[in-house]
Design a protein around this ligand. Structure first.
Ligand SMILES: [Zn+2]
Length: 272
């Protein structure tokens, strides 16, 4: 092959490759569907010391819990409340009585708890979350104890050794909850291991997070990376979600061929 012909062949190949690359559909490369991790409904809202919720943030659909609890007037977002009710029923069927210790907390409540703690110990000792950083402000986070621990002064990681804590960690994902502050993620979450604190994120995401032992921070990062990768290929993430969320196209009745001409079926019986 002359060098001229080789050059022409190379150019042709380059053009073909370029055309192929431009034509390639962007690929959504994440184990969960694009619209599942979209965070529609606000169930994936992340709050921590770096990502604060506004003092005016009040979750929608707060509803009173009617479950065994310490104290009264506990509220969660309705979907989380329903899921928690199912979790309590399932736990009891397995011989475990659970108690709600704390659920939704407003920014104002969190703020006074925080400032009381700081005043009492003269420093932020990390026990009470900074206002706006608490998972409880989302209306999706809940502290759950067993009977014995409801009688104690405070909560410590030792609660994780109880049968109830172990049952919750093992079964929470079935009901859409995750163990929000895992022992091996303290560096990332900035919060100690809290075997009593569960956070509603919806069933599919909860199953993925618990199976892969992720913090919500890591999950949030990996979703953001997947969206960035999709858009780097020229994809439109919002459009992809709209397409996945759209109801299926209605099917016309009486159509029997590609043209939609019902009469054709007379000539092409469906069971030849
Ligand atoms: Zn908590």
């Amino acid at each position: 092959m002359t060098s001229k012909r080789a050059w022409a062949a190379l150019m042709a190949l380059t053009c073909w490759l370029a055309a192929f690359v431009t034509m390639a559909e962007p690929v959504w490369n994440f184990p969960l569907a694009a619209n599942v991790v979209e965070g529609k409904g606000g169930y994936l809202v992340l709050t921590n010391r770096e990502t604060l919720l506004d003092s005016s943030y009040v979750p929608q659909n707060l509803t009173a819990l009617s479950l065994r609890s310490v104290g009264r007037d506990h509220e969660l977002r309705r979907e989380a409340a329903d899921a928690l009710t199912q979790m309590f029923v399932a736990a009891e069927a397995d011989g475990h009585k659970l108690y709600v210790k704390s659920a939704y907390r407003s920014w104002q409540t969190q703020s006074s708890m925080y400032h009381n703690r700081v005043e009492r110990y003269n420093k932020d000792d990390g026990v009470v979350a900074y206002p706006g950083s608490s998972d409880h402000q989302t209306g999706l986070g809940v502290d759950i104890l067993n009977y014995e621990w409801t009688k104690r002064e405070g909560m410590t990681p030792a609660f994780g050794e109880t049968a109830e804590a172990q049952w919750m960690e093992q079964h929470c994902a079935r009901f859409g909850f995750i163990l929000r502050y895992m022992p091996e993620k303290q560096e990332i979450t900035g919060i100690i291991y809290e075997p009593w604190h569960f956070r509603y994120v919806g069933q599919e995401v909860a199953q993925y997070i618990m199976e892969n032992r992720l913090s919500l921070e890591e999950f949030d990062q990996s979703v953001k990376a997947a969206i960035a990768a999709y858009e780097a290929q020229g994809g439109d993430y919002a459009a992809l979600c709209r397409q996945l969320n759209a109801p299926p196209e209605p099917k016309m009745l009486g159509e029997s061929d590609e043209e939609g001409d019902g009469e054709v079926s007379l000539f092409y019986p469906s069971n030849p």
